[in-house]
Design a protein around this ligand. Structure first.
Ligand SMILES: C[S@@+](CC[C@H](N)C(=O)[O-])C[C@H]1O[C@@H](n2cnc3c(N)ncnc32)[C@H](O)[C@@H]1O
Length: 205
């Protein structure tokens, strides 16, 4: 019951429990910092983060790069936190934050140079449908970067009963699905400190 509540709130933070989850999300700053050099952003790039959580990644990157940052997250709690943090750049139009479900939101094809997401893939049962959508949304030579912990990291955690909320994916399976979807030059880079946690990069050609 308790585990289920935690899993549900990692998927979509809300209410009191959502506030409790925030302290764990703050620990993901290191992954956002490490991802920065992998993004290799160019001036005027159009960037999207799926599941921006507290919005700190978008906040940090928008301070450093002359790009437009879009974000989509379906948690109203995360949206309000991210909006508060980023209000200046939201007002200026440099940041566009959506509170919506990525699965249902219709994005234009060929609109982003870069799409990234951290700790979101665990809530996707069917990876390929989402990867196809991401590929269609990317411009030619655009890239996706996924940060995730390999299934091995969760091998000792028992699944809670009922409908699955949290899906364990191996890094190999994700890379294979990316290849099948049509991503090219797939690279996996290990986290500098956390074993079996990876940044997976793929390109649209
Ligand atoms: C575990 S949190 C990770 C937050 C942040 N990326 C980080 O690593 O700190 C997952 C986030 O993804 C969002 N999310 C999950 N599935 C989503 C979906 N289908 N559409 C939009 N947002 C989603 C949740 O609301 C939550 O903020």
């Amino acid at each position: 019951m308790f585990k289920r509540l935690i899993a549900k709130n990692f998927r979509k933070p809300s209410g009191l429990f959502g506030h409790y989850i925030i302290r764990f999300l703050k620990k993901n700053q290191i992954e956002y910092d490490e991802m920065e050099s992998l993004l290799k952003l160019n001036k005027h790039d159009i960037v999207l983060e799926i599941g921006y959580g507290l919005g700190k990644g978008i906040y940090d990157y928008s301070k450093k790069y002359d790009c437009t940052f879009h974000g989509i997250d379906f948690s109203r709690l995360m949206y309000s936190k991210a909006l508060k943090l980023n209000h200046e750049n939201v007002n200026s139009g440099k940041i566009i934050l959506l509170c919506a479900d990525f699965d249902h939101y219709r994005f234009e094809n060929d609109s982003f140079h870069c799409i990234y997401f951290l700790n979101v893939i665990y809530f996707w049962s069917e990876i390929q449908i989402r990867l196809k959508k991401i590929l269609s949304m990317l411009k030619q030579n655009g890239k996706v970067i996924i940060f995730m912990a390999d299934a091995e990291c969760f091998k000792d955690i028992k699944q809670s009963e009922g409908e699955t909320i949290f899906y364990r994916h191996s890094i190999g399976d994700v890379a294979k699905e990316m290849e099948k979807t049509g991503f090219k030059t797939i690279e996996t880079i290990e986290h500098t400190k956390e074993k079996k946690c990876y940044y997976v990069i793929g390109y649209k050609q």
